[in-house]
Design a binder for this molecule. Structure first.
Ligand SMILES: NC(=O)c1ccc[n+]([C@@H]2O[C@H](COP(=O)([O-])OP(=O)(O)OC[C@H]3O[C@@H](n4cnc5c(N)ncnc54)[C@H](O)[C@@H]3O)[C@@H](O)[C@H]2O)c1
Length: 433
């Protein structure tokens, strides 16, 4: 039986998609003594992994080499290997297209591969973030087409990954997994899978829809509260109030308030994207999700706000933006990670360049990147490089950065993340969002 095989570590586990979510998960499960087969369509990633080179922060080369050498982890582009596994976890991307419409093609392609290699007693869990209904509408019909019955002949569930990249306190082991299966048996099997393979707490819900919606709620909550902080920052700027001081003051209330902070926008593969999955789904029910629409509008407008404020700041020293020399500090979408997906810093960069500014960037986590077919390379944080710039714009709050060096040498620092908060002198060359 599958349950006893899971408990006895005799299951083979297939993980589809070895990115920010799938690779750390594969490593964690393999480290616990389970045999993991990782599948990815990106041959470069597979080659790196087979050479023992990790491309994900937090996954060490040592762990990778050990697991590959001892055959606890095998990686391939060949999806026919799925035939040999008992449990499949899907960790593929769920982006939106240029019209902000969900792109579920990665999930659909995964399910096609699973269907071709599907067999009795399999457990399939979708971890990708998606709109409520995906598991039952996209996955279930394909698997049922085999003639097998869910909860009896196979198990199907949804359980979102809740990882927070760069978070040193919470990880897959100490974050509760919310699990919802298409039948009670499916929920129990998926719950047993996570309890045994990861050792995390599991919270069972009545259906995949509830589990899918739970993940969307969590990320919509963040998106909307960040939009509120951004709107407050815009109003404070107009009135001439320091938003950061306001938030510090509000934080003294011991209940009923949780701090969120403004910035140049929201980035990453989750917070700006996931609420739009729900927005799209809601239209099927003739409902327009107003809060999500407005918060997306506010967050998306923040790069323009940064652009306008940069123009005003330069204006005060008689400098036009056109031809101005600018150093942007940080292009990752959040602190201490190398991920630039949906990064608002890139949108700021694009707008500055469009207006004729000469922009260089510094980000120790992102040595280089390609953005709209142009290659960018990080500069060193050399004193002469800082001094020669008309303005330095801090767009990501990486910790352990030489902010003192920046502030001491820059003509003007436009700090969109409040990283200069604890600087000893209230220096006049710092302007905050
Ligand atoms: N990154 C995060 O912080 C985070 C956190 C929680 C949830 N999520 C969700 O997890 C999912 C995955 O996100 P990610 O950040 O790991 O994405 P990612 O782009 O880093 O990784 C996805 C991987 O899937 C591979 N892939 C795509 N189609 C495939 C297929 N048919 N077969 C095999 N491999 C395939 C890609 O090549 C890529 O390596 C998304 O739904 C995301 O919303 C992400």
């Amino acid at each position: 039986m599958l349950l006893s095989k899971i408990k006895g570590k005799r299951v083979a586990i297939g993980i589809i998609g070895l990115g920010y979510v799938g690779l750390p998960l594969a490593i964690e499960i393999a480290k616990n003594g389970y045999k993991v087969l990782g599948i990815d369509i990106d041959i470069d990633k597979i080659n790196y992994l087979n050479e023992g080179i990790s491309y994900i922060d937090g996954v060490t080369n040592e762990d990778l080499k050990y697991l590959i050498k001892n055959k606890l982890l095998m990686v391939t582009t060949d999806s026919t290997i799925l035939k040999t596994v008992d449990c499949i976890i899907i960790c593929v991307p769920t982006p939106i297209d240029e019209y902000k419409v969900p792109n579920t093609s990665y999930i659909e392609n995964s399910i096609k591969e699973i269907s071709k290699n599907f067999h009795r007693n399999m457990l399939v869990v979708l971890e990708s973030t998606t709109y409520p209904g995906t598991t039952e509408e996209l996955l279930l019909p394909n698997l049922k087409a085999s003639g097998l019955q869910p909860g009896k002949d196979f198990h199907l569930a949804y359980s979102a990954e809740r990882m927070d990249p760069g978070n040193k306190e919470y990880n897959v082991k100490n974050t509760t997994k919310v699990v919802g299966g298409v039948t009670d048996n499916c929920t129990k099997m998926a719950a047993a899978f996570y309890k045994n393979t990861i050792g995390c707490d599991v919270y069972k819900v009545s259906s995949p829809k509830v589990a899918e919606m739970c993940k969307i709620l969590e990320n919509t909550y963040r998106n909307i509260n960040i939009a509120l902080a951004n709107e407050m920052a815009i109003i404070c700027d107009k009135i001439g109030i320091d938003i950061w001081e306001v938030i510090d003051a509000a934080e003294t209330k011991p209940y009923g308030f949780q701090s969120f902070y403004p910035g140049p926008g929201v980035g990453g593969h989750c917070i700006p994207v996931d609420p739009l999955y729900l927005m799209w789904k809601a239209r099927e029910y003739d409902y327009h999700t107003r809060l999500i629409g407005i918060s997306d509008e506010i967050n998306s407008s923040m790069p323009d706000f940064v652009l306008e404020k940069t123009i005003k700041i330069l204006n005060r020293v008689n400098k036009p933006l056109k031809g101005a020399k600018i150093l942007m500090v940080g292009v990752a979408y959040k602190q201490d990670i190398d991920d630039i997906r949906e990064s608002p810093a890139l949108k700021v960069l694009e707008r500055l360049e469009k207006e004729g500014a000469i922009v260089e960037y510094y980000d120790p986590f992102v040595p280089q990147f390609r953005w709209k077919s142009k290659m960018y390379k990080s500069k060193d944080l050399a004193i002469d490089k800082i001094k020669e710039k008309d303005i330095v714009i801090i767009t990501t709050a990486h910790t352990k950065m030489e902010y003192n060096k920046i502030v001491e040498n820059a003509q003007i620092v436009f700090d969109t993340k409040n990283v200069t908060k604890n600087m000893e002198n209230n220096r006049e060359n710092i302007i905050k969002l």
